[in-house]
Design a protein around this ligand. Structure first.
Ligand SMILES: CC(C)(COP(=O)(O)OP(=O)(O)OC[C@H]1O[C@@H](n2cnc3c(N)ncnc32)[C@H](O)[C@@H]1OP(=O)(O)O)[C@@H](O)C(=O)NCCC(=O)NCCS
Length: 155
C-alpha cells in the first residue's frame, strides 16, 4: 500500500466518516462517541476556526481522520481513528508522523500530546513508534503521552 495522504476535511466527507466511525471497536476507544457530538465537531470544522482536521486517504479512499486541537500555549492534542477494514497496515503510524511534522514545522507547536484508552494497544504502539513518551496516568484512567519539540527535527 502507498503512503497515506492527509488532506483537509470537506463537508462531502461527512457520511463516509460517520460510516467508518460507526464500528463499535473504533468508537469505544474515542473520547467522544456520540453521534451528535461528532456532527457538531464536523460542523465546527467547516464553520469556525477550530481544530485542524485531516482525512486520511489510502489508495484515494478515505480510511480515517486525524486532528490536532486548536493550539493553547503552543501545545495541541492529537487524536485519530482508522476504519476497521484498514487497520494493521501502518496507516495510523504514518499519519501521526505526518501530522506531528505538520504541527511542529507549520504550526510551530512546542508540544503535542495524546490521551488513549489503556485497552487500545494499537493506539499506544502508534504513539510510541512516533517518539511519544508515556508520562502519567490521568484521573479519568486514560493514558497520557506527549512529544516535546526537542525529540523532533525542525525542517
Ligand atoms: C489505534 C488505531 C488508529 C491504529 O490504527 P492502525 O492503522 O491499525 O495502526 P498501525 O497499522 O499503524 O499499527 C500500529 C501498531 O499497532 C498494532 N496493531 C494494530 N491493530 C492492533 C490490534 N487490534 N491489537 C493489537 N495491536 C494492533 C500494529 O501491529 C502495529 O504494531 P507493530 O508495528 O508492532 O506491528 C486504530 O486501531 C483505531 O482507529 N482504533 C480506534 C480509535 C482509537 O483508539 N484512536 C486513538 C485515540 S487517541
Amino acid at each position: 500500500m502507498k503512503k497515506p495522504i492527509l488532506r483537509d476535511v470537506r463537508i462531502t466527507d461527512f457520511i463516509r466518516l460517520m460510516l467508518l466511525r460507526q464500528d463499535k471497536e473504533v468508537s469505544e476507544n474515542l473520547k467522544h462517541s456520540s453521534f451528535v457530538y461528532f456532527l457538531l465537531e464536523i460542523w465546527k470544522i467547516i464553520t469556525f476556526n477550530g481544530p485542524i482536521r485531516k482525512v486520511i486517504l489510502a489508495n484515494n479512499q478515505i480510511v480515517g481522520i486525524i486532528n490536532l486541537t486548536k493550539p493553547k500555549n503552543l501545545s495541541s492534542e492529537i487524536g485519530y481513528f482508522v476504519g476497521k477494514d484498514y487497520q494493521g497496515k501502518g496507516i495510523a503510524t504514518e499519519s501521526v508522523k505526518q501530522m506531528v511534522q505538520f504541527g511542529f514545522s507549520k504550526l510551530k507547536l512546542n508540544k503535542i500530546y495524546a490521551y488513549c484508552n489503556p485497552k487500545s494497544i494499537a493506539s499506544q504502539k502508534v504513539l510510541l513508534k512516533n517518539g511519544f513518551i508515556k508520562k502519567k496516568n490521568t484521573k479519568d484512567k486514560r493514558f497520557y503521552f506527549e512529544k516535546p519539540i526537542r525529540t523532533t527535527k525542525r525542517f
